[in-house]
Design a protein around this ligand. Structure first.
Ligand code: SF4
Length: 454
């Protein structure tokens, strides 16, 4: 049973007054409070500023005072959602460091996804055959304490710029198998609108780029940034998809609902990515509240990520079983489209690997044995006859996969008989997908390490 205060928070979180900013910003004109530029200019950082909003614990003071810690900035809007008296507040835990952030742990890495070694040009990660991740900024509206890219995000001196974009776009233009470009960073919606539009326009001019996606937490940290001018610009570059990043239902405020509605009304399909975080959302009921709040706002729950093994995030990590238990509590218990995929983004650049409860219990030539969410076990009879798909008469098969070279290195290739085995180790060097593209584009292939080419 939720307490009366918790129930009230879910319905009417702090910070949602339409006449006056919340405490301690009452003296600020409401027009300033609703202005995203004012919000960015008045972000809270150190002990003194954050101490005016919440009663900081000694653990938080220690985390905030640590030299060289990952950047701290919190928009006043997001800070207004924090419980001033509860250090376990899920909003507060996401953006205020504690001394736990300073504790090293065994498996931690600076670049836990090996993105740097899959980058043919700075800021462009080419891990999958047909899509790339294009990092366009190092800046965010606020900074998450568990950020996977804390090695490069938040450094005002390491900003991407026109030269980087030119190299990234040149690589994409020379790589016909890339059909999907994901803009991320940092947060692309913190870029000046003209800069973002220039990137979108140039990507749209490349014939083989079919889809552009933006990964952003701005609608959550700074919902007032979603203006009619911004959505009017974005809608010119369809098909454009946006993935937001929410972790807890408390983040779905009236302001966020309005921002999401504006994006959806601009025809932008919306998805959500959550990171599974100890003390924030490691609870089936919290996650169910979150996915329900998302679908009510036209956002499809897309991924739940197992927390990466990134430096500073050890205290947020959960056992993997917490994620599978959450999926077990969602699948069958709510609408199928409200159930995200739980993934481990594999260390060393293995990409996203889905992890789920086992529903296929056994199989023979005649039957497969499956179970549902209630534990009901049944046999599905295999067909007596099956007219196999004929690839020689199939236009899609005859056309061939544009990413044929990479497709030959996969479990799917083993099943189709195109490949006899997968080697456990490759030569040390540049990822084959990148190497091939760079050689074809007459670019210099860097030497060095990585070899994550399985
Ligand atoms: S918004 Fe994304 S990139 Fe920025 S700090 Fe949070 S997780 Fe990292």
């Amino acid at each position: 049973m939720e307490t009366e205060k918790e129930a009230q928070e879910l319905e009417e979180p702090p910070g949602c007054s339409h006449t006056q900013p919340p405490h301690p910003w009452e003296a600020i004109p409401i027009t300033s409070w609703r202005d995203w530029r004012w919000q960015l200019a008045h972000r809270l950082s150190g002990v003194e500023e954050l101490g005016k909003v919440v009663r900081l614990t000694s653990e938080e003071v220690e985390g905030l005072s640590a030299p060289g810690r990952f950047r701290v900035e919190v928009t006043p809007y997001f800070a207004s959602l924090m419980d001033p008296d509860d250090p376990a507040c899920p909003i507060r835990r996401q953006v205020i460091p504690t001394r736990d952030e300073l504790a090293p742990y065994n498996a931690e890495m600076a670049d836990s996804l090996a993105e740097d070694s899959h980058s043919p040009v700075p800021g462009l990660v080419h891990r999958y055959p047909d899509r790339v991740l294009m990092l366009v900024t190092t800046q965010c509206a606020s900074y998450c304490r568990y950020c996977t890219r804390s090695r490069l995000v938040g450094n005002p001196a390491a900003q991407f710029g026109r030269k980087t974009y030119d190299a990234q776009i040149e690589y994409i233009a020379h790589t016909p198998q890339i059909r999907d470009v994901l803009l991320s960073g940092g947060d692309p919606l913190t870029l000046p609108q003209s800069v973002l539009e220039d990137i979108l326009r140039r990507l749209r001019a490349i014939d083989h780029v079919e889809v552009v996606r933006i990964g952003t937490r701005v609608p959550i940290f700074l919902p007032m940034r979603i203006t009619p001018e911004l959505t009017g610009m974005l809608r010119k570059y369809h098909p454009l998809w946006i993935n937001v990043h929410t972790n807890h239902p408390k983040e779905i405020t009236p302001e966020v609902r309005q921002a999401l509605a504006q994006l959806a009304d601009a025809g932008i399909p919306l998805g959500n990515q959550s990171v599974l975080l100890a003390g924030v959302n490691d609870c089936p009921n919290v996650m169910k509240d979150l996915v329900h709040a998302l679908v009510k706002n036209r956002v499809r729950p897309y991924y739940i990520y197992q927390c990466d093994m990134v430096q500073g995030a050890g205290h947020f990590r959960t056992p993997v079983s917490v994620g599978t238990e959450i999926i077990e509590s969602l699948r069958g218990h709510t609408s199928g489209f409200a159930v995200p995929t739980f993934v481990i983004d594999a260390p060393h650049g293995g990409g996203k690997i889905p992890v789920m409860p086992n529903y296929l219990l056994s199989q023979s030539l005649d039957h497969v044995v499956v179970r549902n969410y209630q534990g009901f076990i049944t046999a599905y009879a295999q067909p007596d006859t099956y007219d196999r798909h004929d690839p020689s008469r199939c236009p899609s098969c005859l056309r061939g996969l544009p990413s044929g070279k990479q497709e030959s290195q996969s479990v799917a290739a083993l099943l189709s008989g195109k490949q006899p085995a997968i080697r456990l180790a490759e030569e040390v060097g540049t990822h084959p997908a990148i190497r091939t593209t760079m050689l074809e584009a007459n670019m210099v292939v860097p030497s060095g390490t990585n070899g994550h080419s399985r």
